[in-house]
Design a binder for this molecule. Sequence first.
Ligand code: NAD
Length: 221
Amino acid sequence: MREKILKYGIIGRSGRMGQEIESVFSQAGHEAVLSSDLAGMECWGKPEVLMDFSSHAALAGTMELCRTHGAALVIGTTALGEEHLAALKTLGGETAVVQSFNFATGVNVLKMILRDYAPLLADWDMEIEETHHNKKKDAPSGTAIFLREAAGRDCPTHSLRLGGVPGDHAAHFANEGEVLSFTHRALSRTVFALGALRAALFAAGAEKGFYTFEDVLRGTR
Ligand code: NAD
């Protein structure tokens, strides 16, 4: 069966992720009808879903656009605070919102593994390591924070900013006799855009609510 064609908007269109999303969505035949970034906003249609990969500074405007157009929201922007997440949960009472600090399938499976099994290693040392490109603004990465939260414990987190790395994460555990490491590498930004597309198709068909990418992977609407 042919996939639904989405009318979508991008907040942060001129950015690295905005460009990647535009490329993946247009190759799949979806239609951009709204574009916003620091240079301004253009709208030439009614979006069903907005993709926000920009900055927390854009969030109030993004939520207003969702309300104006009755659009669902997929948001991958990192460095969101508790107040931003609370506002997104409120928006989830009005429309479908999918929020994730990482739209790669493997990282979300790693999150589930840590949630289920890290408690068995509660008396082992745990440290998280993340490497990203040298233009990334926040540290530690949003993904490192959500992996730490999934493990249910605070632990040292090390951030490297090197060249063009799209995103590497590792959770290391050790006691006196064993070392156990889980690692994930995104080989390009395309994986995030493909995950964001999957989330957008989910959100466009979902009831109002606040969803994670785990809900998207499990098909829980
Ligand atoms: P970038 O700096 O290349 O692009 C940022 C874009 O946001 C630009 O187009 C800029 O004009 C726009 N922008 C910034 N402030 C704005 C505002 N107040 N209003 C409107 N537009 C604004 O950054 P990037 O590498 O594309 O990353 C963007 C965000 O996505 C970051 O928070 C990054 O951490 C996150 N990210 C998330 C995932 C994920 O899977 N969730 C993956 C990669 C990046």
